[in-house]
Design a protein around this ligand. Structure first.
Ligand code: SAH
Ligand code: F3S
Length: 480
């Protein structure tokens, strides 16, 4: 999972899902997800659609009738990882000629028929808005034809599909609230692979959160490429909002309101959300955090660069100062708030001074955590068309290492501020290093480990005392 990888310059690796047995299903689906949390959430929708036509998920590739990779295109390396993975299925296909291999998600959308041409092994290509068509497409592959659907939609939100929960140990879950992105950051492929931004019916969101609570889940993460841009006016693309009726416009629901509705509907459930884009973040969201203790005090707020020149070149719709002002105001409203970042080094024309601006901004914000990347040019993006990828690899690498090192120092310093205090932790698993310890997270999304106590179980909220910290973890104990 994204949160469990420290300081990465690569997309999350694939993760096959443990078998979920649905009675009567006999076919086996091996499903692996790459990239952002949205893909992991989409895979749960895919598993649900396929469970209706007889598939159970499996972690054993040898027994699969169907292999699906839900892919990421955000950096070249992410695509290479998937291509390598595909080549590993060759043997499987020789051994079982009726095996179907499909590519879903952003690579499917970006490469379309090219994938079928370039990857002999691939029989099926399905874009992120076409998963409902999977049963039809599979019929075609079973008749020996390659099948493809990469239609993007302005309406599809899969609102009525009940996801098969594959990740999160029954304690935490994702609920998608928006799809697509209209922001057109010049470096980014997402607006092309995930299409126009649209929001999901709030009633279906609330219903899904309540069902999760009733099924024992204790934390929900509201997901979107750009959650703060959530806007419900009855359905349809956000960019068509101006064409909505005056009544629809006047009664439209924004993210802060949705957050409040969820906080009230499941008052004992923890609520997180990701990802926020600074330009769409409203102060009302922080006010809701202050008002409702079940909204976690943590915001992932990508900045990309601390330099105004770079922010402009990237088509980010805010300045360095506006971002810093937003953080300052947030800290006033929610004093115990924590922030994490996405930073991308080595974008077109980035000077040493621009890079220094990024480092100084990081110090000013004091992020808890970060996801840091070197710029990877993506075909078809505005940057690819208009801006040279002109920062040498060794410079990108050195700058990346500098931001990673600085984030390490900032994280250690932030961890120290949590030591000597009590934290409410949601137990979400066993510590990997020690079976006698639990691991969980506090409201600020910091991992906390502590000795198990009799009677405690997965999914419990416990209050523990942090007595020490490492770079990314709090060491805690029960106080009598
Ligand atoms: N709003 C999205 C952002 C998606 S991309 C979200 O839900 O997280 C995630 C991060 O990848 C971006 O914030 C950016 O830091 C990085 N990224 C995007 N395009 C990139 C590219 N072409 N090269 C390197 N990193 C990139
Ligand atoms: Fe990409 Fe910018 Fe949207 S980074 S996902 S275009 S907010």
């Amino acid at each position: 999972m994204l949160q469990e990888k420290k300081y990465i310059d690569e997309t999350r690796q694939g993760e096959a899902y443990a078998g979920k047995e649905i009675k009567g299903n006999t076919k086996k689906l091996f499903l692996e997800s790459y990239g952002c949390q949205m893909n992991f959430s989409d895979s749960e929708i895919v598993a649900s659609i396929l469970s209706d036509i007889g598939y159970n998920t499996t972690t054993k590739v040898e027994e699969a009738d169907l292999i699906l990779l839900n892919t990421c295109s955000v950096r070249e390396k992410a695509e290479q990882t998937v291509r390598m993975r595909l080549s590993q299925f060759k043997k499987q296909k020789e051994y079982n000629p009726s095996l179907t291999v499909g590519v879903l998600g952003c690579m499917a959308e970006r490469l379309k028929t090219k994938l079928l041409e370039e990857e002999q092994l691939v029989d099926l290509v399905v874009g992120p808005d076409a998963y409902r068509d999977l049963p039809n497409l599979l019929r075609e592959t079973q008749e020996g034809r390659d099948a493809i659907n990469v239609m993007l939609s302005k309406e599809e939100t899969y609102a009525d599909i009940s996801p098969v929960r594959l990740s999160g140990s029954g304690v935490t879950a994702f609920v998608t609230i928006t799809r697509g992105c209209d922001n057109m950051c010049t470096f980014c492929i997402v607006p092309f692979t995930r299409g126009r931004e649209r929001s999901r019916d709030p009633h279906s969101i609330i219903k899904e959160c309540q069902e999760l609570w009733n099924n024992g889940y204790k934390e929900v993460t509201l997901l979107g490429q750009n959650v703060d841009s959530y806007l419900w006016y009855g359905g349809g693309a956000k960019k068509d909002f101006t064409k909505a009726s005056p009544m629809q416009q006047a009664t439209a629901l924004h993210f802060a309101h949705l957050l409040e509705m969820v906080a009230q509907a499941v008052p004992q459930m923890r609520i997180r959300f990701a990802t926020s884009n600074p330009q769409d973040m409203s102060i009302d969201v922080f006010k809701m955090m202050a008002k409702y203790p079940n909204i976690c005090r943590y915001v992932h707020l990508p900045i990309q660069s601390g330099s105004d020149a770079m922010l402009r070149a990237m088509n980010r719709q805010h300045t360095r100062q506006q971002y810093l002002d937003l953080i300052k105001e947030a800290k006033l409203i929610v004093p115990d708030i924590a922030f994490s970042q996405d930073i991308m080094v080595g974008f077109s024309g980035e000077t040493e001074a621009d890079h220094q601006d990024t480092l100084s901004l990081m110090k000013e914000v004091e992020y808890d955590y970060g996801y840091m990347f070197a710029y990877s040019e993506r075909p078809g993006t505005p940057a690819h068309k208009k801006m040279p990828d002109n920062i040498p690899d060794e410079v990108k690498k050195r700058r990346l290492q500098e931001v990673i090192d600085l984030q390490g120092e900032l994280s250690s310093a932030r961890m120290k501020t949590y030591v000597g205090k009590y934290h409410e932790v949601l137990i979400d698993g066993e510590s990997k290093k020690n079976k006698n310890q639990w691991k969980g997270r506090n409201s600020q999304n910091v991992v906390v480990v502590f000795d198990k106590k009799q009677g405690e179980k997965l999914g419990d909220f416990v209050t523990v005392f942090a007595y020490d910290s490492t770079r990314g973890t709090l060491l805690a104990r029960h106080e009598a």
